[in-house]
Design a protein around this ligand. Structure first.
Ligand code: GAP
Length: 460
């Protein structure tokens, strides 16, 4: 298996020092499980989201994108079951007063070998006692019994100017926006089943377990897609999305040896199948994304609670039915973390020095090219080159320090190409272009640069 050089500490430190990701509200001592994306990180995450949209929306004519409101009519969350039954099994440590998820305690204690999925509260309590699972904070085993904890954040809306505020929820998943717009999208686009609705947006969960950096945060982005199909075709689409989901993360750069399917043992009563794709994070094998067969549950529930008829009329057979849903859901932040961990490398060079390099797929690299004048008195020419390149790509410009140090800095943020302006550039309008991974350099005309880079950063 390909060795992974990343540890969570190394990734967190690199992210902070190089401007990928900072602790949320850092100058106030932080705010648990929140992170702010810096100048480099925002480019990386935007590129990941763009790659997902390109693959699943742009390149699939039967998928329609939307951007639904975060705040939804509170009845949506009754229909979805979130108010009634969405809940994590929480335990408080009586000794140090910290709160934990029982299923996570078990999974972490067994280093991912035991899944608490499908265990009842009693079974989890018994496991914790029999296996002497202790509080990760204080090391004692002195927990309260398991209780359900609803992780939905609430806010309120003053509708009348009087004190009768309506409780409103911050959505814990984006897919409900896709279900409630099923009729709107179908009618406005005249889409025929099978078709899909996709969106990317923020979700919020009051997570109580330690977050492990971007892995589990209280505010995160999801990229979700619901395929609406006939029930008899649903398992084909389920298997198709399993493969598409796996191919997507491989194409972005995750190593196939660090990826595996994990089929769920316990299924919801309406589901025919469910699985995760797991990635080997530095904290062990963990869920990266989910593919869920959801039957007709979601649309039927919205029909029941809204009173709107969610049937689809097949124009060929005249058959009326509620479509079955196959859901594909992946967290943009969690995927960003996986890609950072996979890309991280420490290479020992011939001169004995170690270079830290992020082998990010060029299509998602924050900056595609860095423009580096060999000396400060070449900066006018370098800025001319920069002004050509930054019409096409996100570029960095750096004229401070030795060229070797500047290359290292670009390696650490994963910039695939560095263009160096030297005195020959003034003579013949050529530059050197250095490849991040091989460190090889070739000489190219300035007029050839855009084409050269464009060909190498394409995401197919
Ligand atoms: N609509 C289905 C749904 O939300 P989920 O398994 O709860 O399913 C889907 O979430 C994906 O969203 C996960 O596989 C993960 O990538 C991401 N995700 C969920 N909770 C998260 C959190 N607290 N922080 C970061 N990402 C999260």
């Amino acid at each position: 298996m390909k060795e992974m050089k990343a540890t969570m500490d190394k990734i967190v430190n690199l992210c902070k020092s190089r401007g990928f990701i900072f602790q949320g509200s850092e100058i106030y001592g932080g705010f648990a499980n929140t992170w702010d994306f810096g100048p480099i990180g925002v480019e990386l995450k935007n590129n990941i989201k763009r790659a997902w949209w390109k693959r699943f929306v742009q390149e699939d004519p039967s998928t329609y994108g939307i951007d639904a409101a975060i705040l939804m009519n509170p009845t949506v969350w009754q229909a979805s079951g979130h108010i009634e039954s969405f809940g994590d099994p929480k335990m408080d440590c009586k000794n140090c007063k910290t709160r934990h998820r029982a299923d996570t305690l078990i999974e972490n204690h067994s280093k991912g070998k035991v899944s608490a999925e499908g265990m009842s509260n009693e079974e989890m309590e018994k496991y914790i006692e029999e296996h002497d699972v202790r509080c990760p904070v204080c090391g004692k085993r002195d927990f309260t019994p398991i209780r359900k904890f609803n992780p939905m954040f609430t806010t309120s809306r003053d509708m009348t100017g009087e004190a009768s505020n309506e409780v409103v929820y911050l959505r814990p998943e984006t897919c409900q926006g896709e279900y409630v717009n099923f009729l709107n999208v179908q009618r406005s686009t005249r889409a025929k089943v099978p078709f899909a609705i996709a969106q990317i947006g923020k979700s919020f969960r009051n997570e109580i377990t330690p977050g492990n950096f971007l892995f589990r945060t209280i505010e995160f982005e999801q990229m979700e897609l619901q395929k609406f199909c006939k029930d008899e075709d649903s398992m084909n689409y389920y298997n198709e999305y399993k493969e598409k989901a796996l191919q997507f993360v491989k194409d972005l750069g995750l190593d196939c040896e660090h990826l595996r399917f994990h089929d769920h043992d316990k299924l919801a009563h309406y589901a025919k199948a469910a699985c995760d794709i797991q990635f080997l994070f530095p904290i062990g094998w963990q869920e990266l994304n989910g593919i869920h067969h959801r039957g007709t549950w979601d649309l039927s529930r919205h029909q029941e609670f809204s009173g709107k008829n969610m049937n689809y009329l097949d124009p060929v057979t005249n058959e009326k039915f509620i479509p079955t849903v196959i859901e594909y859901s992946i967290g943009a932040d969690r995927l960003t973390l996986a890609l950072l961990c996979e890309a991280y490398d420490e290479e020992v060079l011939d001169n004995g020095e170690t270079r830290v390099v992020m082998h990010l797929n060029p299509s998602i690299a924050p900056y595609k090219v860095a423009v580096l004048p060999l000396q400060k008195n070449l900066s006018d020419k370098a800025k001319d080159v920069l002004n050509i390149l930054n019409k096409e790509f996100m570029c960095d410009y750096d004229e401070a320090g030795s060229i070797g140090k500047r290359y290292r800095r670009q390696d650490e943020i994963g910039t695939p190409f560095a263009v160096t302006i030297d005195f020959d550039t003034l003579e013949n309008n050529t530059v050197t272009i250095r490849d991040r991974d091989s460190m090889e350099q070739i000489r190219l005309g300035i007029d050839e640069l855009v084409d050269y880079i464009q060909k190498r950063i394409k995401f197919n």
